[in-house]
Write a protein that binds this ligand. Structure first.
Ligand SMILES: Cc1cc2nc3c(=O)[nH]c(=O)nc-3n(C[C@H](O)[C@H](O)[C@H](O)COP(=O)(O)OP(=O)(O)OC[C@H]3O[C@@H](n4cnc5c(N)ncnc54)[C@H](O)[C@@H]3O)c2cc1C
Length: 375
């Protein structure tokens, strides 16, 4: 059994682990990043070309952290010398009575983020690709957009490699985490890795490594479709915004984005059943029919468009779609990160910075206490 001793060990090379490795390396810290699959694999939560980024949150805690998140992405762009954010505008809409749009608008007003509240009829008049019922409530945020997710993660890895002592161990499945010894230790088939500080960013597998989290951090299966309409012109960035439809029940939440770094317009339901993250998955025809049905009522020119790509992905859903970014309750040298709940990518660069701060003993801004462990 080979034995490795490292100062900072990050488990998981998804969005969160790569951002953390980058931030540790950026401040001159040695870092070992451990991943069971290859870099950029499609089995977790972070693959796919793009993710939505927006201040438009109904939850004021998330909304208030968004200016920091936008700034953290701009810092990554400065470090990498290229851009990952594209401003497309973002619209959220709902049938009467849901109450999401009013909360989003109130948070945008509090943050002084430009936005406009409209009816469905007013929105259709400015965005003819949509056909919302007249009485829908709509809020549009022109500064929302999309992040080139895969490219950003590649850049984080590239920047992490420029650190003074960075090791990236791929195809290294960790079988268990031993927290009983002097140092926290990762155990794989033929290797043990002892850490001075261990950061666990295992995404949907966090409950396997830290069983106390299994009941509250549940992996769910998500399915994503890419539609290619006969005339793709109106669905390009700059003409078509990212969108979120909030329905009266959780199963009626849908989102999408313009054709950006992918062969079509991305549309998905923000909902999925609990799953074993190791189970193979595919997008079924029933799901395609369900999404077409949603589109028929709100974006009719996409409803019968060809589906040119399909993806499956995993969310790790915590109660109230919260995040967990905190020290392990029994070990101050172990840090747990599960910032997913289906909306964590936009925060991942900020979470990486906070985790690097926690690991290196820098005081954390109390605003990030909201991410601490659910009691
Ligand atoms: C379809 C979809 C759409 C989304 N859209 C948005 C969006 O528009 N905006 C937004 O902000 N967020 C969005 N999200 C959420 C966002 O993508 C996630 O919050 C984020 O990717 C989570 O990253 P992670 O690093 O925590 O997890 P992961 O990417 O799953 O990374 C965890 C890593 O740990 C590795 N690992 C786990 N266990 C072990 C082990 N035992 N040994 C070694 N390695 C291990 C895994 O292989 C994996 O690479 C979306 C998610 C999905 C699935």
């Amino acid at each position: 059994m080979e034995r490795l001793i490292a100062k900072n060990v990050v488990l998981g090379a998804g969005a969160v682990g790569c951002a953390t490795a980058h931030h540790l390396a950026r401040r001159g810290e040695p870092v070992a990043l451990v991943e069971r699959f290859g870099l950029g694999h499609a089995r977790g939560s972070s693959h796919g070309a793009a993710r939505i980024i927006r201040h438009s949150y109904a939850d004021p805690v998330c909304a208030r952290l968004m200016p920091d998140a936008f700034r953290a992405w701009a810092e990554l762009e400065a470090d990498a010398g290229r851009s990952f954010f594209v401003r497309t505008g973002g619209v959220s809409f709902e049938p009467p009575g849901v109450g999401y749009v009013a909360k989003v608008a109130a948070n945008l007003a509090e943050l002084n983020v430009p936005h406009r509240v409209m009816s469905g009829a007013e929105w259709n008049a400015v965005q003819p690709a949509f056909n919302l019922p007249d009485d829908y409530a709509v809020v549009f945020e022109p500064d929302a957009g999309a992040l080139a997710a895969a490219r950003a993660i590649e850049a984080e890895i590239e920047l992490a490699r420029r650190g003074p002592d960075t090791r990236i161990l791929t195809e290294t499945p960790v079988l268990r985490v031993d927290l009983d010894g002097e140092r926290p230790t990762l155990v794989s088939d033929d290797l043990t890795i002892e850490a001075e500080r261990l950061i666990l960013a295992a995404g949907p597998w966090i409950g396997r490594l830290i069983p106390e989290l299994a009941a509250t951090h549940r992996p769910t299966r998500q399915q994503v479709l890419y539609f290619r309409p006969a005339n793709p012109g109106p669905f390009q960035p700059g003409r078509f915004p990212t969108f979120i439809h909030m329905g009266p029940t959780p199963g009626e939440a849908f989102y999408g984005m313009p054709e950006f770094l992918a062969p079509g317009v991305k549309v998905a339901r923000h909902f999925g059943s609990e799953t074993d993250p190791d189970e193979p998955a595919a997008v079924g025809e029933e799901y395609v029919a369900l999404v077409r049905d949603f589109l028929r009522g709100r974006l009719p020119t996409l409803a019968d468009a060809e589906v040119v790509a399909r993806e499956t992905c995993l969310y790790t859903v915590a109660p109230d779609e919260r995040f967990l970014v905190d020290a392990h309750p029994a070990r101050p040298d172990v840090f747990l990160a599960s910032p997913c709940s289906g909306h964590g990518f936009k925060f991942s660069i900020l979470v990486g910075r906070v985790l690097a701060d926690m690991a290196t003993g820098i005081d954390i801004d109390p605003r990030f206490d909201a991410w601490k462990r659910i009691p």
